[in-house]
Write a protein that binds this ligand. Structure first.
Ligand code: GDP
Ligand code: GDP
Length: 465
């Protein structure tokens, strides 16, 4: 299994240089003149044990589409859509430019896994630029020098972190291993952005509805969006063959990935099945919150769980809809049973919201949307370093990490490096010795203390003295 990486950033940050380093050949044209690389190419790339494809993109600028820059930007947007992972490159020597933030917004809107690469970090005075890089709001900057080949081990780890072990290596993740733990060998203490971000509910929320064939996805989508009120058909900026619809629910703007519309377009019957699998994947990557529709009369088929697991690994917020509830004879007992099963079969995300609905009669749809909004909010939540470390003090007082080989592991501090989903960095001694079970305990405790049910939570370990 391979994945595609798009290298994105304003001109002259070092994209082509990084591309060349990953591809190992002088393929892209490197030049000091901004915007010299014009074509988009895909090439096999290697980073230690990771094998993937890298899409070379033109540098892009905020300009009218009629211009060369505009066309470059369009190309870049296509590359973003194609990519499974984005390397967003900034120049830590020059520091942030207004363009960096504009492009970071575009990248953020794509909702794809991102690694923030702070290039030219070997340059003198680049430390300030490194810290500034936090401001683009794409998580922890990874300092590298594309030109001198420095920082690449950390880049490798960041890729595994962003995509998940299973995606990168194409293996089944071990049951006990749902939390990506990364040891970062070198690294200065990283400043924390620490602003308790306000939740922005003016931006459209992206939702996708997925599930097995016949679970009731189309019926649900049609019930949710009053067809009359649809604003448009195909949307620009989203892959050619996908369709999203703009929609409003109680004043909240929503972009719904419309798999139903896609299916209406598919004329050949045999194509349908194949299409729905690919759609599902694309839908998950498009969405912030994914609603998985289970047929409550035949719930928890293997495929249902695989879909849910994929959504969690992709770091998306997840809400389960138990559909066809009108056919359930003893609803109370069944609901208790199904919820118990949910907790047991999907332990990675405690507190998952699971809502009984009938897409056909419309019952439960309000509750479903309430659950979607709540989960989206949790997925976006940010906790200040102060609160986190007060929490950590309590943990360390009552349940400190165990001793390994006769020596106590020490935890220094914790910060939240990422949102969407929440991602934390724990600074500790000997991160490689920290038992997974203890990290899991921390994650579960964080989830409870800060009320973050039902979303994936990531925890990375960083070595400290
Ligand atoms: P692009 O426009 O983003 O593709 O940037 P290029 O790869 O063409 O690089 C722009 C300039 O930055 C070139 O002069 C590169 O030699 C230089 N450059 C790239 N990477 C590094 C680096 O790691 N350190 C330093 N100091 N310069 C770099
Ligand atoms: P999709 O393949 O997931 O898009 O499923 P559809 O929306 O096409 O629905 C599959 C079948 O289930 C259709 O015959 C629907 O009428 C039926 N169905 C969908 N939702 C409900 C529901 O809430 N209750 C009942 N009884 N049937 C439903």
């Amino acid at each position: 299994m391979t994945f595609k990486v798009a290298i994105i950033g304003r001109p002259n940050v070092g994209k082509s240089t990084l591309f060349n380093r990953l591809v190992g050949k002088k393929l892209a044209l490197v030049d000091d003149t901004p915007g010299v690389t014009r074509d988009r190419r895909v090439h096999a790339a290697k980073l230690y044990d990771l094998h993937f494809d890298v899409i070379d993109t033109a540098g892009f600028e905020t300009a009218a589409p009629a211009t060369l820059q505009g066309r470059m930007r369009a190309q870049t947007e296509i590359a973003i859509q194609e990519a499974d992972l984005i390397f967003f490159v900034v120049d830590s020597k020059s520091g942030l430019m207004p363009d960096d933030k504009a492009f970071a917004d575009i990248v953020r809107r794509a909702g794809k896994p991102v690694v923030l690469v702070a290039n030219k970090s070997e340059a003198r005075g680049s430390q300030g630029g490194m810290l500034e890089a936090w401001e683009v709001g794409l998580g922890e900057p990874i300092p590298i020098s594309a030109e001198h080949g420095q920082g690449l081990p950390d880049l490798r780890d960041a890729v595994v972190d962003a995509l998940g072990h299973a995606r990168v290596f194409g293996e089944d993740e071990e049951d006990e291993d749902e939390i990506a733990v990364t040891e970062v060998l070198v690294g200065e203490d990283i400043a924390d952005p620490d602003a308790e971000h306000e939740y922005d509910d003016t931006k459209p929320m992206r939702i996708a509805v997925v599930g097995r064939p016949n679970a009731g996805k189309s019926t649900l989508i049609n019930a949710l969006i009053d067809e009359e009120r649809l604003l448009t058909g195909p949307e620009a900026g989203i892959t050619r063959d996908s369709i999203s619809v703009d929609w409003e629910w109680r004043g909240r703007l929503i972009k719904l990935f419309d798999t139903a519309g896609m299916r209406r377009k598919a004329r050949v019957q045999e194509k349908l099945e194949k299409l729905s699998v690919a759609d599902g994947l694309r839908a998950i990557r498009f969405a912030e919150v994914v609603v998985v529709v289970f047929d409550a009369t035949i719930p928890f088929e293997k495929q249902d769980l695989q879909i849910a697991d994929l959504i969690i690994r992709e770091g998306r917020a997840l809400v389960i809809a138990f559909n066809k509830w009108d056919m359930i004879e003893n609803p109370q007992e069944t609901l208790a049973e199904l919820r118990e099963k949910t907790t047991r079969l999907l332990p990675q995300v405690r507190g998952l919201q699971a809502v009984p609905i009938s897409a056909e009669t419309g019952r439960g749809l309000d509750k479903l949307m309430d659950a979607v909004l709540k989960t989206h909010k949790v997925w976006n939540s940010r906790i200040s370093t102060g609160r986190l470390n007060r929490w950590l003090e309590g943990i360390l007082a009552h349940h400190p990490p165990p001793a390994v080989a006769g020596r106590r592991l020490k935890i220094k501090y914790i910060t939240q490096a990422k949102t969407r989903p929440p991602g934390f960095v724990l600074s500790c001694t000997r991160p490689d010795s920290m038992p997974q079970s203890y990290v899991r305990y921390l994650v579960n405790s964080l989830r409870e203390s800060f009320d973050m049910p039902g979303v994936p939570i990531r925890m990375a370990l960083r070595a400290s003295e």
